[in-house]
Ligand binder design. Sequence first.
Ligand SMILES: [Zn+2]
Length: 441
Amino acid sequence: MEFETLQQFKKAVRKFNINLGRSIFFPKIDSTRCKAICYDENCPWQIYCAKRSCLVSYQVKTFVNEHTCPRNLHCKSANGKWVVDELEEKIRNQPDMTVKDAENYFRTEFDVLVNERKIYRSMATARERIEGSEAAQYLRLRDYSNEILKINPGSTVRIHTSPMPGLESFLFKRIYVCLSACKRGFVEGCRPFIGLDGTFLRGYYGGQLLTAIGADANNHIFPIAYAIVESENKDSWKWFLELLQDDVGDHAANGFNLMSDMQKGLIPAVKDIMPGAHHRFCAMHIYHNFRKQWLDLEMKAAMWACSKATTPQEFELAMGRVKRINQHAWEYLNKIFPQQWSRSHFSEYLKVDFYTNNNCETFNGKIKKMRGKPIITMLEEVRGYVMRILARNKKALVGYHGRITLCNKAVWKGTKKRATIGGHSHPVIKMGMSMRFKGYM
Ligand SMILES: [Zn+2]
């Protein structure tokens, strides 16, 4: 077992023993070695770690993992510093945590009883640390944006602030990031399809992360731009869409099709900034609202048949079925334009027949753990994830010379098979080539 530093070793040993309900301490030796022994003089438990001679790491040399002492609910190893460290990590993800929540957390996670006053004091210290470290990162945002522009020429980073009345400083409101590789990759190699979504941030200062995600030739997700805003509303979506349009080009000239949930602020923002753009709504989102009133499996199948229909005739048949089962459900679905949720009425120009906003959902799912971190740490981790996606997807297609990309080939084979065995499905991937779709196929 190896550790990078002795602090790391001590932290791991302490946590290990707190989980066991045993108290240990670290008698002082020197800066290259560390030892931990049990508080109970008669207990043989001990561990010894020392620096490796040729490497910059520390290795466990002796480990007697046997406690003969009894388990103790008031573990001495769970000292004030440890409680503050644990609470700091917890409060970052759960800013509204109460003393009671913290007490339950220590009892259920570690089986340790921590005094209420100790928790109260530790929470105050942890909050001070978080506020200090998180606030400090906001002060470095300009530097961060300059660094991105320096190492990724051609990228766009915009920071939006508002003046504070009576003060010379400004209040941070929003940041938008569109990396050069994402911008160029989308414009030159992707279909004109943009998925939009917003997800809440779990950090100390809250906020929302807005994302614009495209699809590459192989139907994999292709991140275009992301932004952190104060909340999801018409104004913040308008700000995001304006910047996005500046980066990827005019929606009308490029025939962009948008896909989103039915967010209140987003729909009017799209009408203002991209008037006339095809705007699809995620069928899964429509279904989630639909099933609040009509929960049975027959209605579920009937609703999805409408969304998955590939011809107007098939759509009419599916809607007819909904009407026969339940007139009110039909009236509900009939209010939504078929161009917004059924494959049968989607624009054929872009050769994308997605009827759910899965690209955005996948992206948001992957960055879930990053959403509770301080702003620059989070932006950096998201940037790292975007880079990994692009590199992985590029690797999958390097050296591939088929006429149809791998994923589409699999879909094409499946639909052809269904067609030959007499099913109702029609080939769903239109095999023509989009004007913008130069890279593959
Ligand atoms: Zn012991």
